[in-house]
Design a protein around this ligand. Sequence first.
Ligand code: GLN
Ligand code: ZN
Length: 768
Amino acid sequence: MVQSSILGFPRMGKLRDLKKATEAYWGDKLSREDLLAEGKRLRLEHWKIQKDAGVDIIPSNDFSYYDQVLDHIQMFGAVPERYTTHKLDTLDEYFAMGRGHQKDGVDVQSLEMVKWFDSNYHYVKPTLQDNQTFKLMDDPKAVRHFIEAKEAGITTRPVILGPVSFLHLGKADRKSNVDPITLLEKLLPVYEQLLKELKKAGAETVQIDEPVLVFDLPSKTRNAFKPAYEKLSALQGNEGPQLVLATYFGDIVHNFDVVDASLKNLYGLHVDLVRHPEQLGPVIEHLGPKQILSAGIVDGRNIWKNNMKKSVELIETAVQKLGKERVIVATSSSLLHTPHTLESEKNLDDEVRNWFAFAVEKATEVAILAKAVTEGPASVRSELEANEKSQQARATSKRTNNPDVKKRQESVTKQMHERKSAFDSRYAQQKEHLKLPIFPTTTIGSFPQTKDIRVHRNKLSKGEITPEEYEKFIEKEIRDNIAVQEELDLDVYVHGEPERNDMVQYFGERMDGYVFTTHAWVQSYGSRCVRPPIVVGDVSRPKPMTVKESKYAVSVSKKPMKGMLTGPITCLRWSFPRDDVHQSVQAQQLALALRDEVVDLEEAGVLVIQVDEPALREGLPLRSGAEREKYLDWAVDSFKLSTAGVKDSTQIHSHFCYSEFQDFFHAIAALDADVLSIENSKSDAKLLKVFIDESYPRHIGPGVYDIHSPRVPSEQEIKDRIEEMLQYLKPEQLWINPDCGLKTRQWKETKEALSNMVNAAQYYRQKQ
Ligand code: GLN
Ligand code: ZN
């Protein structure tokens, strides 16, 4: 029979129970035992959900108190010494690596955390030493959880991160030079031991994740697969479990030589057919004669109902070639990236609710699909019919299709993407209008979001104050923000974004084509979750979104005021996008909505407009080459379309929260923004060299201090930073600003830091 399988389940629980428990534990409000008991309760609940849904292959060891890669770091005894010397208890040592530890005289920073492939999930980087050793911890978590499930009557398939990915995703510790992949030989015995222990505990198969196979890999990493998997597959069937090697988020076609040379003896291979359905044929060709195919066709990264008719057809093609015993129907990746259950959404209208499937609902989907192929469509007729109906309803809904938006997209011309004149002549006009000094100072947009702001927002949503009262309150906040900037003597003001809860949701709520959830949280890192809005249909702007606040701000300030918008790519990336039209189409719709906003702001007298695109880089396809270039083309186009409607004299800014764009600099340059503000205080100033190397003509504000910490940088520190920047940028190009918005900061440190920043700028101004 065709079996159904899930690669991983979200851990937080229906009501973010795990977040609440871990945060309570960190705040000394919950005991260690109670936290562990809550973890156990959640694991059992999640296994049971999957079992009850009829899923055949249920994962274990996918649960984590912080991050699954961090679990492996601890399980393999790869904990850096600075954490072990304090003799913390195992759980506290674990959290110390995840989030730092500052308690009872111990003060140690966390390990580095970075984005997991192209998702918004962050993993903790294995940080390895020159003399690194590995040792499987006693009673390893993967084995413990397998037994826990077994005792509850559920046989699971443990998930472990494979050795090549573990090392490739790691890095050398500060004082070490080790190339992680060279540690493979030392690491493999730990995997052998773990697999043997799993087998002893009763695990017949294990899912071993090697997602790095979707990257373009350096040859050292490619060559590591053979020795690794010769060893591990040799254990299969006798001392060790059968291994299903899982890849996701991309295709593995370009790494087939690795598959052929080293993965043939593995029991099975999982591929992501949501992202790359076209790899199905070639993958089948490359399977060994007995190898199982795990076909990832239920989307682990999005919230749309599966198109079952299409899925059944796809699985049928595999079954025809391989037979029912050799095909598994699976989620494309772990369901970690989807919210828990649709059940919790009480405010969604029935029309759109019927289009979604969250993790719990996806569990049912894989089970139905497997049954449809095993026993024939008649066995699940009513489910398939209901699914077909929902697909059709969505395809033909007015919510999805807005003919006006389509018409407008058809009329977009090349010319609409270009500013009227080249930068030099625009700049001359902007100079005259704005009358800015050399080394102009500004901030990135938000000012501290105080308790008072949250209280008012809450009161408004509960109806305890009227919209008019709220508006008055926001106006007062704007005036206060401007007074502070006047006092500090900044050059380009912002209104401070007090009215915005979130930089994407705020815009989503003001556009047609979006819906919002109340409980659809997705883990971002550790206990932190985000609740992305959902793009359900063609997007448009029914009326101005930010003009009122910006116009008010202009009316009460004596210096230029910068209007603040979230760019099309960021609006798209930090939402759940549609899966029925290409993302480039959605980005263009967002761009047109924003274009109207930009023009309206200009008309309202806002002569500096910043369009933030912090998510531009995370959307980069995982492999370089044609796919990446295509993405950059439409991403850049959408930014240009949103900003190019203004007069030459209006100054367009953009902001990114990073400064590493060496490998796609051409795209950054192509945005044609008059001023770019970027992160730089935590990065090497040398990264700015690319601007001279490429003779970048426009203006740049590399952040002069880090806003993620309450620490106040001294005036001298900022001067030193500016001095360094001036090695790479011309004085007339340089703006002086912080790394990012100040919404998470307190007022006291904000004022002190900005005051030092302004003084440092004035020092250089006088030196000129
Ligand atoms: N304008 C936004 C702010 O200042 C930018 C935030 C961001 O780049 N993430 O908050
Ligand atoms: Zn930023």
